[in-house]
Design a protein around this ligand. Structure first.
Ligand code: PLP
Length: 390
């Protein structure tokens, strides 16, 4: 093991107290000190609007595009759009991808609703079918069986495959390279909600070759709420935005000529930017956060999470908790299942008593560590799990 390439705990970059056992980045990342400072500076800037120049409506936006492009290994920052939410980005994809009566849209069961509702609506309008693929309950690896079932569901009828990289409830990892290959074989588009993975799990854009990748900023990308990033491939180059935003037009940098209305958009995915995308508080926060995500590195975050929690997970399994085996999930998002979770009030009471912050989603207790978590958090988690099954 190359120790120089291993992350130490980076709790000092955040504001967590030793007693805050926050193992819930899948819910919302805690603000890093640098991200908060960038937001405060942005807020203070509004005291003196006369110092905000027209070019300031563009520079931070371009830096944010470039910083997100670097995180996902995209060569062209212009393919990144600045969005307000994942549902907004998926709505752009649903508006622009061709879909005809009798075709299918393939999704996995129990996806986060932002990557479901727009497709339900698109299917209803077109007379297409939304095909929801459930996790098979066969013996062996659940992730493997689920991936195989998804591959089988993609056929000549498929117009769109819309999936996450890791499932938001239990962390199941979808084999997007194989799924993308199969989608392309049938001419179908691949739309990915990367919210629960990008930033913490390496995303190989060149190998997966999605048509669109949408990620909320406030979880594994450590950024502010109310912001998301969308990477849009060539299929979207001449598409229709959800709004007809003036700042996305070619030449809008010159505020003196804004009344020379123009039809042409700035190149790439800028046309999909949300109105008022040049937010002077959120964008500097987003930039600081994306730089931190890049510095930490998704590979290293995975190894950190593995090192921190593997011993605890081994004990959890011995206590009767079931979770996806390691090759079927990321290290950053683990769903624990056990009968004792049925009594949700008792679960909450135990977690509160141990000051462990986790989300319960249905019959799954979701553990989602990051580099601010330390051995004290892992020990508190184990205390809570032992009490749960006692
Ligand atoms: C997988 C996934 N996608 C998207 C979101 C957020 O979606 P939106 O930005 O539309 O609120 C979440 C929030 O929990 C999520 O888990």
């Amino acid at each position: 093991m190359n120790l120089a390439n291993e992350l130490p705990c980076r709790r000092e970059l955040f504001f967590l107290e030793p007693s805050d056992h926050y193992l819930n980045c899948a819910y919302m990342a805690p603000l890093a000190r640098g991200v908060e400072a960038a937001g405060e500076a942005g807020l203070r800037r509004r005291r003196r609007p006369f110092e905000i120049q027209p070019q300031d409506f563009f520079t931070t936006s371009e830096q944010v595009r470039a910083a997100f492009a670097r995180v996902i290994g995209a060569p062209e920052p212009k393919r990144v759009a600045i969005l307000p939410s994942v549902s907004y980005g998926i709505a752009i994809a649903a508006r622009n991808l061709p879909l005809a009566a009798g075709q299918t849209i393939v999704i996995a069961a129990e996806q986060f609703p932002s990557n479901v509702y727009a497709w339900r609506e698109a299917a209803r309008r077109a007379g297409a079918e939304l095909l929801t693929v459930a996790a098979p309950s066969t013996p062996g690896s659940r992730a493997e069986a689920w991936n195989e079932a998804l591959l089988r569901a993609i056929d000549a009828r498929t117009a769109v495959v819309a999936l996450p990289h890791t499932h938001w409830v239990d962390g199941t990892r979808f084999d997007l390279e194989r799924i993308g290959d199969r989608a392309r074989t049938h001419g179908a588009s691949l739309v990915i909600d990367g919210t629960q993975s990008v930033g913490a799990l390496p995303f190989d854009l060149a190998a997966i070759r999605p048509d669109a990748l949408i990620c909320a900023a406030y979880k594994w990308l450590l950024g502010p709420y109310g912001l998301a990033y969308g990477w849009f491939g060539p299929r979207f180059d001449a598409g229709e935005p959800l709004e007809w935003n003036w700042i996305a037009r070619e030449g809008s940098e010159d505020f003196r000529t804004l009344l020379a209305y123009r039809d042409a958009f700035a190149p790439g995915a800028v046309r999909y930017d949300v109105g008022e995308r040049s937010d002077f508080v959120r964008l500097p926060m987003a930039l600081a956060a994306l730089e931190l995500v890049h510095e930490l590195g998704a590979d290293r975050i995975q190894r950190y999470a593995d090192r921190l929690l593997e011993p605890a997970l081994e004990e959890a399994r011995a206590l009767g908790f079931r979770c996806e085996e390691r090759r079927g999930r990321g290290a950053h998002l683990i769903g624990l299942r056990v009968e004792a979770l049925r009594d949700a009030e008792r679960v909450q009471a135990i977690l509160r008593a141990e000051q462990v912050h986790l989300s319960q989603r249905g019959d799954v207790l979701r553990v989602s560590p990051h580099v601010y978590n330390d051995a004290g958090d892992a020990a508190a988690l184990m205390r809570a799990l032992r009490r749960l099954v006692r």
